[in-house]
Write a protein that binds this ligand. Structure first.
Ligand SMILES: [Ca+2]
Ligand SMILES: [Ca+2]
Length: 110
């Protein structure tokens, strides 16, 4: 059984380790180095250059086999951690993470 660990730490090193979101997934293994994806683009499903909470939850749900966004939102622990991400990433507190605010991988040339 190959279960890799996907951590939301890829969203940014500014997130304290006690707020690390850990998911077991067979889809990703980014522990061995920086991810080669433009994560911002991956999460921004409506391409308005802002990450909404909804988009983040949907993205995370996609990484967890068998989970869906509604389930994640009902999980109090996950909810807390998603809140935590917004506290750290959403610098101007408008409820959206802009491309500028986002501290994870967000450039195509990475
Ligand atoms: Ca968006
Ligand atoms: Ca913001």
């Amino acid at each position: 059984e190959s279960v890799n660990t996907f951590t939301i730490i890829i969203l940014g090193t500014s997130i304290p380790s006690n707020a690390t979101l850990i998911f077991e997934t067979e889809l990703l293994n980014i522990e061995d180095g920086p991810p080669l994806v433009n994560l911002f683009k991956e999460i921004d499903s409506n391409e308005d250059s802002q990450l909404s909470r909804e988009e983040l939850v949907e993205y995370i749900a996609k990484q967890v086999p068998g989970a869906d966004a509604a389930e994640l939102e009902e999980d109090i622990e996950q909810k807390k951690l998603i809140d935590e991400i917004f506290v750290h990433e959403d610098k101007n507190k408008d409820g959206l993470i802009s491309h500028e605010e986002f501290s994870g991988p967000k450039h195509d040339e990475l």
